[in-house]
Structure formats: C-alpha cells, structure tokens
Design a protein around this ligand. Structure first.
Ligand SMILES: N[C@@H](CCC(=O)N[C@@H](CS)C(=O)NCC(=O)O)C(=O)O
Length: 226
C-alpha cells in the first residue's frame, strides 16, 4: 500500500549540495517539513527500502503525500508547481527560459568541482605529475569565472533582481567550493556579493548543513593556481 505523508519528508545527507537545493526550496516556500538526516557512512540510503524509493541509491528523496520524488532539480520544480507563491520561476517565457538555462548550466559547475576535488582528495593521483591537477583547478576557475559573468547584468541574483530557482540550484555548489577552499573576492567580486546576499537569506541559514556548523572546512588548494 502507498504510504501517505502528511508533512513533506526529505531524506538528507549533511553537506550534499543536491540535498541542500531541495531544503532551500522547502524553506523559501515556507513549508513545514521533516528532514531525516542519514549518516553517509551508514549505508542506510542503500537499504532495499531506500532503493525502492530511489533505485540509484542517492539523496535527496522527497516524500510528499503519496508521491516519492528524487533528483534535486525535479524536486525543486515540483515544489514550485505545487506551491507557486512566492514565485521562484518568473512568469515571462524569456525569463523562465533564462532560469532553465542557468539551472542546466549548474551541471558544468558540478562537473568541474568534482573533478578538482578528486585531485584534492588524492582520489585521482598525481602519477602524471602536477599538471593534470593544475589543469583541473584552472578549469574550475574558468567555470567560476562564467558565473561571475552571469552576474554582469548587475541584478542582485542570477536571473535578475529577484531570487529564482537558479540561485537555489547554484548556491549550494558554490558554498561547497568555499567550504573546501575557494576564495571569492578579487577575481569574482560580483559572485562574492551574490554569495554574501544568499548567506543572509533565512532559507539558507535554516538549511545550513548540520555538520558544517560543528566542523571547519578544508583547503583543497584551488587558489594556489590563480
Ligand atoms: N543528480 C542527483 C544527484 C544526487 C547525488 O549524487 N547525491 C549524492 C550525495 S551528494 C548521493 O546520494 N550519493 C550516494 C552516495 O554517496 O552513496 C540530484 O540532483 O539529486
């Protein structure tokens, strides 16, 4: 029988940028929800029960009424459609398309982040010398520069003067980079201001990854190749 959830229930890993997107969205919509935090090392997200919810064994997973959803961007879109106020996707076709372009482009930031991080963590080794790592860091900087360029329009947020789904989707990835050692300042002043603005949002503060409150971040050394 399908389980029905009176309050949205979201399964979370602390520090996952994908999970964080969905949490920010729930907060921006002012929804009451329950967050179930799973320690990543527990493997609980791969039990048969959890794999029945998301066969990929990944989080976030949202249970909403009798609906089960996974994939962070899909969850965000669902919440927008189900709770249109306050709007996080603009009304006009052109603005709406802009938000979709930016949310799609967030994948490139993810790719460059994970690539650089794998070098930083030593998961990709340096047998070929320091150059592959340097190149990965440079690609990351080039990608970050694209997001600086996206803010050239002078608005407060990625798609203009109002927060949108684009900010919700992109912010956790940038916060993750900052936590692992990226400095946003000299080369990316607009991104630094946007980041500071996002930090002030109650939705971001309320959904801040619990273990980030207790432990310091790391320094992957991305800045060393600037
Ligand atoms: N495309 C998925 C990606 C979700 C994802 O990869 N989540 C990671 C956490 S950052 C995960 O659950 N990994 C499984 C694991 O660590 O075993 C989304 O946007 O929701």
């Amino acid at each position: 029988m399908t389980e029905t959830h009176a309050k949205p229930l979201i399964y979370c890993f602390s520090g996952s940028p994908y999970v964080w997107r969905a949490l920010i969205m729930l907060e921006e919509k002012g929804l009451e929800y329950e967050a179930k935090w799973i320690p990543r090392s527990s493997g609980e997200h791969r039990t048969p029960e959890m794999l029945a919810l998301n066969p990929r064994g990944r989080l976030p997973i949202l249970r909403y009424g009798d609906l089960t959803l996974y994939e962070s961007v899909a969850i965000c879109h669902f919440l927008e459609l189900e709770h249109p106020e306050p709007p996080l996707i603009p009304r006009s076709a052109a603005q709406r398309a802009r938000v979709l372009v930016l949310t799609s482009e967030a994948n490139y930031l993810d790719t460059e982040t994970w690539d650089a991080l794998l070098f930083a963590l030593g998961a990709k080794n340096d047998e070929a010398g320091p150059e592959p790592r340097r190149q990965a860091y440079l690609r990351l900087h080039a990608e970050v520069a694209r997001w600086e360029a996206h803010l050239e329009h002078g608005g407060h947020y990625l798609a203009g003067d109002a927060i949108s789904l684009a900010d919700v989707v992109v912010f956790p990835g940038v916060a993750f980079l900052v936590r692992t050692g990226l400095t946003l300042s000299k080369r990316t002043p607009k991104l630094a201001s946007w980041y500071a603005r996002m930090l002030e949002r109650p939705s971001v503060q309320a959904s801040w990854p619990p273990h980030w409150r207790e432990t310091a971040g790391s320094d992957a050394g991305y800045d060393a190749v600037e």
